[in-house]
Design a protein around this ligand. Structure first.
Ligand code: BEZ
Length: 357
């Protein structure tokens, strides 16, 4: 494993009075499937996993995760964790375009590059946060390296390979739509796309004018050629760690995430369907997602209830975890949230939250 490049940058987020800037350091490691670039924010915290993110097709770590990680309430979470934001090969800022015929890694091979990153950083465990293709990659990694994954937040995961019907539809769409439009339809709901909000205009512009569009197409092809993850409730192929599945109400992948929920261990899985969030809840509802992420971490014993925001407490959040900020953890899954009209049964692992805004 050879380090290719190290760049030190200071993050762009405006600082609150008294805050010092957190350093972000970008690294590249050579892996059996080519060079992979990742950016580390913060410093490792003793006895705590790193938060490792993996972005979706058409995006990079910044365009996928910056609004979430820079949202106000997220700051009290991230000060307790080092973050590793992976860019899929060829998606990092300034990436050169791969030559014609370049053999881009499959999603399974991309999952196999994660151990190289963790070994390079000398990190032993992670909490993964992935969107779309990134959620698939982190799930595959977790299936192969379950001892190193303490938790997963999977947004818009589709664990199934494309069937022949999907392929036929994909081919037909390809006759009339450009690659950027197909990727936008993967990322956002039809309603959002036809509404053409500022967010949609921004992402349409980013993707259609991307200097590395050929590379993006390669990642897109790998996503469309993914194998079935073959999750089986009660079977051997399943995620063993706490999982928070997230999807926007009426988002393109809603059915796939619902089906995924039905295949995972209900004692380890929480399902968050977010109203009014479109296809990319981490972009449109970072505050809501942060709140759910806090409950998730608290269920794992990583956030003391004193860390909960006034906003969260005033929504009568019911939190019964044996949480402690110093890292002594309980495996009991206690993520729960009440609605305005009354408290959901707390302490019941494996449940659905619907967050309306
Ligand atoms: C972070 O603090 O982890 C972060 C900052 C900017 C972009 C993405 C993540």
């Amino acid at each position: 494993m050879t380090e290719l490049q190290e760049v030190q940058i200071t993050e762009e987020k405006p600082l609150l009075p008294g805050q010092t800037p957190e350093m972000a350091k970008t690294h590249s490691v050579e892996t059996p499937y080519g060079s992979v670039t990742f950016t580390v924010y913060g410093t490792p915290k003793p006895k705590r996993p790193a938060i490792l993110t993996y972005h979706d097709v058409g995006l990079n770590y910044k365009s996928c995760f910056q609004p979430l990680f820079q949202s106000g309430d997220m700051q009290e979470i991230i000060q307790n964790f080092v973050r590793v934001h992976v860019d899929a090969p060829g998606m990092e800022e300034g990436a050169p375009v791969y030559p014609v015929g370049y053999q881009y890694p499959s999603l399974d091979q991309l999952a196999d590059t994660i151990p190289c990153i963790l070994q390079y950083l000398n990190f032993s465990s992670i909490i993964g946060v992935g969107v779309g293709a990134g959620a698939y990659i982190l799930s595959r990694y977790a299936l192969n390296h379950q001892d190193t994954v303490e938790g997963l937040v999977l947004i818009n995961i589709d664990p199934n390979a494309k069937g022949w019907m999907d392929w036929a539809a994909h081919k037909l769409t390809g006759l009339t739509s450009s690659i950027p439009e197909m990727i936008l339809a993967h990322l956002f709901s039809q309603e959002e796309l036809s509404g053409n909000s500022e967010l949609i205009q921004k992402y349409r512009n980013i993707i259609s004018h991307a200097p590395n569009l050929e590379n993006i197409e390669l990642y897109w092809n790998s996503y469309n050629n993914r194998r079935d993850l073959n999750f089986e409730r009660g079977g051997d192929i399943t995620l063993k760690c706490p999982v928070m599945l997230v999807v926007g109400d009426q988002a393109p992948h809603e059915d796939a995430v619902v089906e995924c929920n039905s295949k995972l261990d209900p004692t380890q899985t929480s399902f968050l369907k977010m109203a009014d969030s479109g296809g990319q809840p981490q972009l449109t509802q970072p505050g809501k997602l942060t709140e759910a992420f806090k409950y998730f971490l608290q269920g794992m014993g990583y956030m003391a209830s004193s860390c909960m925001t006034r906003l969260s407490r005033s929504r009568t959040a019911s939190l019964t975890s044996a949480a402690s900020i110093d890292g002594s953890r309980s495996r009991a899954r206690t993520l729960s949230q009440s609605s305005e009209s009354g408290t959901l049964p707390s302490g019941t692992p494996g449940h659905t939250m619907e967050v309306s805004c």
